[in-house]
Design a protein around this ligand. Sequence first.
Ligand code: UDP
Length: 199
Amino acid sequence: FNKVDILGVQVADVSFEDTIDYIVDAVKNKEKTSIFTPNINLLIAAHKDQQYKDVLNTSGLLVPDGKPLVWTSKWLKQPLTEKVSGSSLFFKLCEVSAQKNMRVFLLGAAPGVGDIAKQKLEKQYPGLTISGTYSPPFGFENDPDELDKIVKLLQKSTSDVLVVGLGAPKQERFISKYLKAYDIPVSLGLGSSIDYAAG
Ligand code: UDP
């Protein structure tokens, strides 16, 4: 995909459909990749934090989450095709996962929320398997035992897609750091999508 540099972050010129196809292909080919959905606030955060900018730029795909990114790209005379919102992506991903038997793990949100999301999503998309849910405790990112536990849980779940809803920048940092440690082809940072799904 073509990329547009916005504040030093390489945002891909992808449509919503392109993004779904990218995920399905990566699962099919067992290619490990990460997808993040930067909005303008995230780009500003990255602008102030080189390490976080590197985390974003070394991901597999950065989709433009929000109209302001599309407007900015037009102003830069490198127009992005359309916005790809993280929450719409999440629901479409569940629909496609149901059709293609892709197992989806939900990591993040408050205790119990993931299980409610699992119940609702599996009902809404017949055939969908939410392969596991887990709500990491406060401060997990600085607790090696907890991180080890999370990686083992992901590994045991034999999932195809990992949806991480830990908020930015935690979710992107987690994926970037631990992607190699678990055997799940596609990891996405999807903010509060698990909350939305739980209603
Ligand atoms: N969250 C979490 N653990 C954390 C921090 C956040 O599970 O340590 C969850 C929170 O419960 C919510 C999601 O991350 O479901 C998104 O949080 P937030 O609204 O802060 O992120 P944003 O959507 O603004 O990126």
